[in-house]
Design a protein around this ligand. Structure first.
Ligand code: SF4
Length: 283
């Protein structure tokens, strides 16, 4: 017996452009390369990591763990030092750095070369930010919020350029930009924040309001998935976070006619599909 539930899947659900591109590049190369390594996790998602492993892609922590074959740099990007090291060791590089991250890297590199001071709005411990900073010869100043930006000793005789980690908050970036433009006579800013995160969060706000239950799919250690769940749950308490279809519970759907589904940027299409199919079968 079927049911009359309406399932709406958010248009901005699942792999973002950069992760999809990275995944496709890695899987394409798995066909013609025997010794394929990936430096760090492609995404925080166990299903994706298991699939990559099945393709023969070995996840490694340090480049020095690889003797030959090919190395995949993930969408987060890496600094110039790792390209040099990989080339020196004769490794083939499969570069899946997201073009949006690469833009921030190039800005950092170019402005430092021209003698400017570069400020990165971002988390200094994050892989992407570390990479961007390395492109600035490690000279860029990193700050995660306006409060910390205010602690920077500014030299008004110098020129400053502001860029951002791609997953930062747009509102905070604007505040930082406004603050620095008032303080500095020579100041330029480049909003390098990716709109993928923002679109996804705006969409789930609307979905959580309009539906009886919300299912958010993604890895438990994926920051963007957790954020999506928090937003949904704050609007609709009938919201649930699952890693894949195995996490679904029949009781969540009692009396729920309209179900919304969203997924983090690291959640693959095949997992979303399996969740939809299982919900459709629940009476
Ligand atoms: S979130 Fe944006 S910047 Fe990051 S990998 Fe995806 S598309 Fe690229």
């Amino acid at each position: 017996m079927g049911n009359k539930r309406k399932i709406t899947v958010g248009k901005n659900s699942g792999f973002c452009f950069g992760v999809k591109r990275a995944y496709d590049l890695a899987s394409m190369n798995s066909f013609d390369c025997e010794k394929l390594h990936m430096l760090g996790k492609m995404v925080h998602n166990n299903d994706v990591c298991a699939k990559l492993k099945k393709m023969g892609i070995k996840e490694i922590k340090r480049l020095s763990d690889v003797r030959d074959g090919a190395i995949i740099f993930t969408a987060h990007g890496v600094g110039p030092g790792l390209y040099e090291k990989a080339n020196r060791n004769g490794l083939r590089i499969i570069d899946t750095t997201c073009p949006k991250v690469m833009k921030a890297q190039r800005l950092a590199q170019n402005f430092i070369e021209k003698g400017w001071c570069v400020v990165i709005f971002g988390d200094k411990h994050h892989k992407e930010v570390k990479g961007i900073k390395e492109w600035s010869k490690n000279e860029a100043i990193t700050a995660g919020c306006l409060k910390n930006i205010k602690k920077i000793k500014l030299d008004k005789k110098k020129k400053y350029c502001l860029i951002s980690q791609t997953t930062q908050n747009v509102a905070e970036f604007k505040k930082i930009k406004e603050y620095l433009s008032k303080k500095l006579p020579n100041f330029l800013s480049f909003n390098t924040i990716c709109d993928s995160t923002d679109n996804r969060q705006n969409e789930i706000r609307k979905l959580a309001k309009k539906n009886d239950a919300v299912i958010v799919i993604g890895g438990r250690d994926s920051a963007n998935t957790k954020r999506l769940f928090e937003i949904a749950n704050s609007i609709n308490p009938n919201s649930y976070l699952i890693e894949n279809e195995k996490g679904l519970r029949k009781s969540w759907f009692t009396g729920a006619k309209k179900i919304a589904i969203s997924a983090g940027a690291s959640t693959p299409e095949w997992v979303i599909r399996a969740v939809i199919d299982k919900i459709a079968k629940i009476d």
